[in-house]
Design a protein around this ligand. Sequence first.
Ligand code: 5AD
Ligand code: SF4
Length: 435
Amino acid sequence: VAFVETYGCQQNEADSEQIRGMLEHCGYGLTDGPEGADLVIFNTCAIREHAEQRVFGNVGALVHTRRRHPRQKIFLCGCMMGQPAVVERVRKSYPYVDGVFSTHHLWELPQLLLGVLTTGKRVFSVEDSAGAIAEGLPVVRENKLKAWVSVMYGCNNFCTYCIVPYVRGRERSREKSLILDEARQMISAGYKDITLLGQNVNSYGKTLADKPTFAQLLHEIDSIDGDYWLRFMTSHPKDCSKELIDTIANGTHISKHLHLPFQSGSDRILKAMNRHYDRKKYLDIVNYAKEKIDGVSLTSDIIVGFPGETYEDFKETLSLIREVEFTSLFTFIYSPRVGTPAAKMDDPISAEEKSKWFRELLDVQEEIAAKRCASMVNNTEKVLIESETGKNGELSGRTSGNIIVELKGDKSLIGTFQNVKITQARNWILKGELV
Ligand code: 5AD
Ligand code: SF4
């Protein structure tokens, strides 16, 4: 049996589903912990230092599971393995790791595994070779309702803080016909919540012969008949088009949700981050989305404490949050990544000071999210019922805008869409009743 652990974002989750698919074809069963597993694979994340430390800590602990089960093979893959310094550290300091492969080499897993099992020698497949896309890999999907569908890989934006372009390589898009086929399959297999994935979905199609836009792709998927929601992430504000917003507004299945990371509210910092938009442009898109998409739910990523950011800059971020009124935010304290331009910039603000700003940001957002949720009380919302909450007869679901709703109901409703009247808002969770 094999154990696959995923760190990081949905892109990695999607990759792990392919890893599980390949392992199943190789004859492995899947298990939910490293103890006693014949094969352990960690699919790693490099986005912040904290993520890397967790991986190294957990790889360290595998010494013990391996001692108790000497046949255990250990593989590391994912974004961390796209960094030569990390690979060197694994080579030298973690001799019991049998195999390492970067994201470009995912499809080689069966072959690498066979090599390790037949020769007992360690394998490293980490050369930088972002080019083709391996199509047709088998997939084992963990969730019965939600499916990820990658539409493009890599990133060309080189935001100055970000390691992704270095570890996942240049942007490349999947053929539209293949994405449509996969979406059709998902819909007819009964998946209810399909998320299109890419580091920057708005650049979809640039590497393809007939240059389809992301809005066209979204519209064509949306035209497939069925009972499902269609989501996507992540959009970059620099090329989030009106065409895209109109497509969402006029869509049948497209959820009324836009995840549009702005990172900072200060024009000076946005420039230093190499983001190619300013506060005004961001607000223009957001206001257009609010105008066209009734009840649109906006979410964003934010970095606090980018090198050179002052409290004045940070206040610009706070004022932007207040102005937009996001449903929820993914907030991060800046973490220097070796090899990125920002890691070489002067960073005079102390970690304590940054933590203070960070807490201030969380307080402001909590107040806004609570207000936004409270404004939904008495609305009737379409909700996808996803699971039981563990409490007696309580179910949990999500709105089109990705807000959690708890309600009473029978578990046979799981996997269906229901109209729910919102009766109460508790911070960012809604309570409701079946209509
Ligand atoms: N430090 C902190 N946050 C980062 N992100 C990307 N790189 C870093 C970094 N070095 C955040 C950005 C991005 C999200 C996925 O992670 O906000 O949108
Ligand atoms: Fe990183 Fe910027 Fe690319 Fe997003 S758009 S993956 S933040 S470089």
